[in-house]
Design a protein around this ligand. Structure first.
Ligand code: OSB
Ligand code: MG
Length: 361
């Protein structure tokens, strides 16, 4: 799927997006949908769509076909013996969650303990020319977004934030560094305190928890961890150390909704606010994210925007829309959106079918 316009972070410019879309079907023909939102190259996590395909085809799907899944939380248990590869695991678990909620005739939100009927929308703005960024932010505010996230990196931080803050004095702004700073840049990061940011996301290394603790002691701006929180245990350790004051939860990054729910629980017990991140993904993942963000500890608007933020044509119907800054949590069973089959087949390049029969040796 081609993005409407390129999206640039400290690490990568995305112009096109490929996905693995999973459809899980039960004996009665009910279907559930999931998405693997790994990227084509390993710039955000170590996984790629190719490694995910390999994991799914050669390990995860055969394992699930051999076993019995009565509830989606059993998916991570069955896959536990395979290390890592969280995005591949999250994609297949997502299909089971959608299928399970449809079998139950309930919304995904209610199956996972959601309490909100609408969630506040937020939007991420990539690095760009200053005038482009300003008009983009202006348009997003016009469309009702409550919160803007700006991508930053050393050398592209103070200046853009100064200008943006001057143009939008009361705006809720957060900044995402995607691990582009080092501990020795501490004075540069401290200078960001003047902009009254809601938080700075993942300033230091993608796999660091300890150095963020040192940094947090020296800056006022709350640190939010994204890349370095892969599990509920990571969340517990980061909170215990004081390495962050906020956590971004993305089901894809942590191995699926079950682990995301565990992180939510740890954060709730420790009064750490959370928000739901995004991966420039299709409506299938966005729908799952909406359900997740309906849980009580999601008190901060996440990177959950409308289908039209990145796509001319999303693969779900109806499209996700933002009204007065909010997205309604859908009321129909499962993820609550249908798949636009013709749109999906138009952008599909390859289909594999796995059945119990075929998997039996
Ligand atoms: O770091 O949060 C991130 C997009 C792709 C990969 C990582 C990140 C992002 C975003 C945009 O910041 C989130 C979105 O709107 O989908
Ligand atoms: Mg991030």
């Amino acid at each position: 799927m081609k993005l409407k316009s390129p999206f640039t972070s400290s690490l990568e410019t995305l112009t096109d997006r490929k996905f693995i879309i999973l459809e899980a079907e039960d004996e009665s023909g009910k279907k559930g949908w999931g998405e693997v939102s790994a990227f084509s190259s390993p710039w955000y996590t170590e996984e790629t769509l190719e490694t995910c395909y390999h994991m799914l085809k050669d390990f995860f799907i055969p394992e699930l076909m051999d076993g019995q899944v009565h509830h989606p939380t059993e998916v991570p248990k069955l896959l536990e013996k395979y290390r890592g590869n969280r995005m591949a695991k999250a994609g297949v678990e997502a299909a089971f969650w959608d299928l399970y909620s449809k079998q139950e005739g309930r919304t995904l939100s209610s199956c996972i303990g959601g309490v909100r009927t609408q969630i506040p929308a937020g939007v991420a703005v990539g690095m760009n020319r200053m005038d482009t960024m300003l008009s983009e932010i202006h348009d997003h505010l016009q469309a009702g977004y409550k919160r803007i996230k700006i991508k930053i990196k050393p050398g592209h931080d103070i200046e853009p934030l100064k200008i943006i803050r001057a143009h939008f004095p009361g705006l809720s702004i957060m900044a995402d560094a995607n691990s582009s700073y080092q501990l020795k840049d501490i004075s540069g990061i401290k200078a960001l305190d003047q902009f009254d940011l809601m938080m700075i996301e993942q300033p230091l290394a993608y796999d660091d928890i300890v150095d963020h603790r040192h940094l947090q002691k020296h800056i006022k701006t709350p640190i939010c961890l994204d890349e370095s929180i892969l599990s509920a245990d990571d969340a517990r350790k980061a909170i215990e150390l004081g390495s962050c004051k906020v956590i971004n939860i993305k089901p894809a990054r942590v191995g699926g909704l079950t682990e995301a729910l565990k992180i939510h629980k740890v954060c709730k017990e420790n009064n750490i606010p959370v928000w739901c991140g995004g991966m420039v993904e299709t409506g299938i993942s966005r729908a799952q994210n909406i359900a997740l963000a309906s849980l009580s500890q999601f008190t901060i608007p996440g990177d959950i925007s409308s289908s039209s933020r990145f796509w001319e044509n999303d693969i779900i119907e109806p499209n996700i829309t933002v009204e007065n800054g909010y997205i309604q949590v859908p009321q129909s069973p499962g993820i609550g959106f249908d798949i636009d089959q013709s749109r999906l087949s138009n952008c599909t390049s390859k289909i594999d079918v796995f059945t119990k029969q075929r998997m039996r040796k």
